[in-house]
Design a protein around this ligand. Structure first.
Ligand SMILES: [Mn+2]
Length: 363
């Protein structure tokens, strides 16, 4: 029995709000859903398991129709799904009333329910969220009957406010496979017979790395094979650049441009600068946007000062005394505490810019 397991598509989400490429990103999410349906056409799994948060928020009837239209393109593949915390079933909502295509089973109740597939010798268990949070570890006490059939649990959660899970208990529950949603980082854990498929495509900048779905196979005796299939989607990529005292705003722009060209102009970058910069140079996020889609910018650089030389030149004055007060051994490596480090450079900069070489005094 072959299955595809996906979760957390978050249709209707608009990532990177406020950035010029944000609108495109909402199309990316729909494109990933289309790619999943294409993968089903190609792989022809016996089941498509959807482990919650198909929608980012309460879906409108139009959004429900759009999702259902995609499922209806694979009429021969049964789809079983549950609602997660984001698309939890509200009384009287469009989601509660919607009637899905014949191949789709929505386990919409708050109590565990099953859908049996006699041809596949398989039973899928699951229930839906009816509130944004469920703090009870409801899955830990669920067990699969020992009836010779394959039992799959469709589940959503895994953190404190969303059905915390105990992997050992799940592993001992008798389920042949537990298809999890909610955590957006994919993780296969065949030893505990479970997997988080992760979000189908990344929906915010913390979701770096590959995204996609789980392709799995269960033999009638319960042997489980799992693999992760990444989808070609736009990624969030960390870009760390180490500057030197020779780096200028222009040369940095070139370096970052080369990086974004190499890793793809359509991807989105989280830029962090480290190293020592010329004290007279500032790196501005607005200027670096010309290098590509920079969603975050962190400047951890410190100004470069030739401390050895300064100590020699200013042996007799306030500047030398100031440096010695911070650096007992005369090395910047002593500045471990970031606040102390920042204080040292701010102070040094202020002293140097007010130093009068004529008189050897600080004005
Ligand atoms: Mn969720």
């Amino acid at each position: 029995m072959k299955f595809i397991h996906a979760a957390d598509i978050h249709l209707g989400c608009q990532p990177d709000r406020g950035f010029p490429w944000s609108r495109e990103r909402s199309f990316d999410i729909l494109a990933a859903f289309r790619d999943l349906i294409l993968a089903c056409k190609k792989e022809k799994p016996d089941l498509l398991l959807m482990a919650g948060d198909l929608f980012h928020r309460q879906p409108s009837t139009a959004e429900l129709k759009e999702a259902d239209a995609l499922f209806s393109q694979i009429p021969e593949i049964p789809v079983v799904m549950i609602a997660g915390n984001h698309d939890c079933v509200r009384p009287g909502s469009s989601l509660e009333r919607f009637s899905w295509s014949p191949n789709v089973t929505f386990l919409s109740g708050r109590e565990p329910a099953v859908r049996e597939f006699p041809d596949l010798g398989t039973v899928v268990h699951g229930f839906s969220y009816h509130s944004r949070e469920i703090r009870e570890p409801l899955y830990d006490s669920m067990t699969a009957p020992k009836d010779g059939l394959l039992h799959i649990l469709l589940a959503h959660g895994g953190d404190e406010a969303h059905i915390p899970i105990d992997r050992e208990k799940l592993a001992a529950s008798g389920f042949s496979y537990i298809a999890l949603g909610h955590l957006h980082k994919p993780e296969l854990d065949p030893a505990h017979r479970l997997a988080f498929s992760g979000s189908l495509s990344p929906i915010e900048m913390s979701e770096t790395g590959s995204h996609g779905y789980v392709l799995g196979e269960l033999t009638p005796d319960g042997a489980l094979k799992l693999s992760f299939v990444p989808l070609p989607s736009r990624s969030y990529i960390p870009c760390r650049v180490k500057v030197t005292e020779k780096t200028t705003a222009q040369s940095l722009l070139k370096t970052v441009s080369r990086f974004t060209e190499q890793y793809g102009a359509s991807n989105i970058y989280r830029l962090t600068l480290t190293g020592k910069r010329d004290p007279g140079v500032t790196f501005r996020e607005e200027e670096l946007q010309a290098a590509g889609r920079i969603i975050s910018f962190q400047d951890d650089t410190v100004p470069f000062y030739p401390v050895d030389r300064l100590l020699k030149e200013h042996r007799q004055d306030l500047i030398g005394e100031y440096i010695r007060a911070f650096l007992k051994e005369g090395s910047e490596d002593e500045l471990e505490d970031p606040v102390r480090k920042a204080a040292f450079y701010y102070g040094l900069e202020a002293l140097l810019s007010n130093f009068d070489p004529e008189t050897g005094e600080v004005k």
